[in-house]
Design a protein around this ligand. Structure first.
Ligand code: AMP
Length: 493
């Protein structure tokens, strides 16, 4: 493979402290003359899913080419020269986000390996919740890992599977995995896209002329001018060859799907369609539910931009309280959440948001945001409203309390770092210093996606971050917890 990457140097802690938690976006195209350029454009539309690194691998029928680099898509794939490094009619790409220390260059995807069957490139959105256990077994058996990414275990299983055909080897590899994976892979036979049996992370399929495209979100299709065909079904594997033949397989039977409800709450772009519903509309409906469940006596509804905007519109329309932009956002600062240290995150909130005094001064306001995670943003914003002269600040949150960590690829921290993991409602209100605080109920959230309530016996979504009801085993977490318990009680019988 030819590697034309912008491999800017990395610091030692990058390499040592890689974590496995990632949020990502994937894109793939097969059958287009300018595959890499389409891929770059698609990734650009998925930039909100990962801002630390980006990579594209292409295939021209005889060789694979790869370019990967830290930073945004536009920094790595903007010029004709950069894209000229990626010839061929097939390309797959990835945008990556990682938490503190997880930005080692060797983890930037697509990952690539030369297998007995030929080149194999893989781009992964999600998190494999037994990756550490699998890796340990593989290493014990002699596997040599190039990255600390959970995705690499898939390559090793494909490489060592006893099945003669590549597709069978790939399916064989997937059987070992637990957790969330939406994958776009390239082989010398064509492209494979698949979604884990529960469909936790999204993946959609479209067409541009005769070319077939795959992406994490439909917004990428809008941007590249592709027609949205359908979602890849949970547990479905789609194979496309170079003649344009499309084959759909269901190697895992038909388990009840559990797509991630947090895609609707925060993660997906509002102009995407996820699980058959427009994300924008779901967010507005959550605002409607909030207004019904937890009304507030206020003069204006103010969204925390941009995350709270659609829900605030819904709240305003339902309550009749006017919607106003009481906070203005700078568009030159990325998501505050991704800053690696707490102090950087604090200053990030200030650089990102500023009070619009004209709207706020002397008013009773209802502030709306999509979620409270650590509480950093809400505390600062409530303070900002008071400093700008707000008479009362009522905080309404367009999701239930985020009380549990996510182990499926959304970087929600572990329970001990979550405000709702540590405090009850009154303590949270006191912490963020709001006059009142309310979250939409879990049933209200399900009403916003068109259900009557959460079906507790058979929930339609993965909502583990709100309920603690994890739809798969969490092998690595269980092992970490048991190791920690042994460390805490070394003398226990
Ligand atoms: P915090 O300040 O830690 O309470 O984070 C809450 C803010 O982060 C909200 O404004 C959300 O829009 C945003 N947010 C929530 N979840 C995530 C996530 N997984 N990644 C990035 N940002 C998030």
């Amino acid at each position: 493979m030819t590697e034309g990457a912008d491999l800017r140097d990395t610091t030692p802690w990058d390499i040592q402290d890689d974590t496995l938690h990632e949020e990502c976006g994937v894109f793939g195209v097969i059958g287009a003359a300018d595959a890499a350029a389409i891929c770059a454009l698609g990734l650009h539309a998925l930039q909100h899913r990962g801002q630390e690194a980006a990579g594209i691998t292409s295939y021209d029928g005889s060789e694979f080419y790869s370019r990967r680099g830290l930073g945004h898509v536009a920094e790595n794939f903007a010029t004709g020269e950069q894209l000229a490094e990626l010839p061929g009619h097939m390309a797959a790409g990835h945008v990556r986000y990682s938490t503190t220390g997880g930005s080692g260059l060797r983890n930037i995807q697509p990952l690539y390996a030369d297998l007995a069957s030929g080149g194999f490139a893989i781009a992964h959105n999600g998190n494999i919740s037994n990756a550490a256990a699998l890796r340990e077994t593989l290493v014990r058996n002699g596997a040599i890992f190039q990255s600390t990414s959970d995705t690499e275990v898939i390559i090793h299983f494909v490489a060592t599977s006893r099945f003669p055909k590549l597709l069978d080897r790939f399916i064989d590899a997937l059987r070992y995995l637990e957790g969330a994976y939406s994958l776009v892979c390239m082989t010398v036979e064509g492209m494979i896209a698949c979604r884990d049996p529960l469909g936790i992370r999204p993946l959609v399929m479209g067409k541009i002329g005769d070319a077939v495209v795959f992406a994490s979100e439909t917004v990428a299709f809008d941007v590249v001018g592709a027609e949205f065909i359908r979602e890849i079904q949970p547990g479905e594997l789609v194979r496309v060859d170079f003649a344009g033949n499309i084959e759909s397989l269901r190697p895992f039977g038909d388990p009840a799907p559990r797509p991630c409800i947090f895609e609707h709450v925060y993660f997906s772009r509002p102009d995407s369609i996820f699980d058959g519903r427009a994300v924008y509309d779901v967010r507005k409906q959550i605002g409607v539910q909030l207004a019904l469940e937890s009304p507030a006596d206020a003069d204006v509804v103010v969204p925390v931009p941009d995350s709270g905007v659609p829900a605030a519109i819904g709240f305003s329309q339902q309550s009749g309280i006017p919607f106003e932009l009481g906070i203005i956002r700078s568009h030159y600062v990325g998501r505050t959440f991704i800053q690696p240290s707490d102090s950087a995150r604090h200053s990030g909130v200030k650089r990102k948001h500023n009070a619009n005094r004209l709207i706020v001064e002397g008013k009773k306001i209802v502030l709306i945001d999509d979620s409270i995670v650590r509480g950093t943003t809400s505390l600062k914003i409530v303070q900002m409203m008071r400093d700008a002269g707000a008479k009362e600040v009522h905080f309404r949150v367009a999701s239930p309390p985020t009380g549990y960590g996510c182990y499926y690829g959304v970087d929600t921290p572990e329970r001990s770092k979550l405000l709702a993991g540590r405090m009850d409602l009154e303590a949270m209100r006191d912490f963020i210093q709001a006059d009142s605080l309310a979250f939409v109920s879990i049933d209200g959230l399900y009403r916003a996606v068109g259900q009557e309530a959460r079906n507790n016996a058979r929930p339609q979504y993965c909502d583990a971050c709100f309920t603690g009801d994890y739809p798969t085993s969490l092998t690595d977490l269980a092992r970490r917890e048991s190791d920690a318990a042994q460390l805490t009680f070394p003398d226990a019988a």
